[in-house]
Ligand binder design. Structure first.
Ligand code: 1GP
Length: 242
């Protein structure tokens, strides 16, 4: 179960429904130093909006992944390195566990399995759109989060486990619990990373720090700081473990 994300520290999530700040371009976005760009969002996403971001990033050499929020927005484009297909493990609405996926596997032109990878979400901020949309049960202890991580990795063969706090900085104890539970799968953490210090702190508990809204709210310089924070934390951890 290896993918390029095993070498990543930082992912920038671009929401195709949100604008960049004035004066910034996708060329700037692709030059923040992030390890990969994940294109996805929860609300009002269309294939056209997805395509616009892919087209704008295609000529730069940062890896590009689409994270489709539903089967209708999947785009077929050689510029994409792959698709990260989310499953929300703590959703009460089964559509987000297997319902959407049942539609996905029969999309027009078929699935591109060679480029399709799996992401097991554990959604923990009840205020986030993703929690409300999927009717996620966010009331999970650190032990529960560790259990979900094991279920995802061991029983459902997920390549990535994603602790999602979208919009708020999460509980590092729960993130660490997920990290401790995993052997092979890569842990992504996303939510409320707004500066170097937050990225550095969470970088001590996860494999990959994901940054989203900061790009659309404050721009590429702020994102670059988070790249440095995540990288410094992970380099220190690697040295300590060596
Ligand atoms: C959202 O996990 C990402 O899916 C990032 O969250 O927008 O809070 O950075 P933020």
């Amino acid at each position: 179960m290896t993918g390029p994300w095993t070498d990543w520290n930082h992912v920038l999530k671009v929401d195709p429904d949100k604008d960049l700040i004035d004066g910034e371009t996708f060329e700037d976005v692709c030059q923040t130093g992030t390890d990969a760009i994940e294109i996805g969002g929860t609300l009002d996403i269309t294939a056209d909006k997805m395509q616009r971001v892919v087209d704008a990033c295609a000529e730069y050499d940062v890896p590009l992944y689409q994270e489709p929020s539903n089967p209708g927005v999947v785009i077929d484009d050689d510029a994409l390195d792959g698709y990260l297909i989310p499953t929300v493990f703590n959703a009460k609405d089964a559509f987000w566990i297997t319902g959407a996926h049942k539609e996905w596997v029969r999309i027009e032109n078929g699935m591109d399995w060679g480029r399709t990878h799996t992401e097991a979400y554990i959604v923990l901020n009840p205020e986030a759109s993703v929690a409300q949309l999927t009717d996620a049960n966010c009331d999970q202890s650190a032990d529960d989060v560790a259990s979900y991580a094991s279920v995802a990795e061991r029983m459902f063969g997920q390549e990535i486990v994603y602790v999602e706090y979208s919009g708020m900085f999460g509980d590092t104890e729960k993130v660490q619990a997920a990290h401790d539970a995993l052997d092979d799968a890569t842990l992504f953490y996303g939510g409320g990373i707004r500066d170097y210090d937050a990225a550095y702190e969470m970088g001590q508990h996860t494999d990959v720090v994901v940054v989203g809204d900061l790009l659309h709210d404050e721009g590429v310089d702020a994102v670059r700081e988070t790249v440095e924070g995540a990288r410094d934390a992970m380099e220190e951890r690697a040295e300590a473990e060596a």
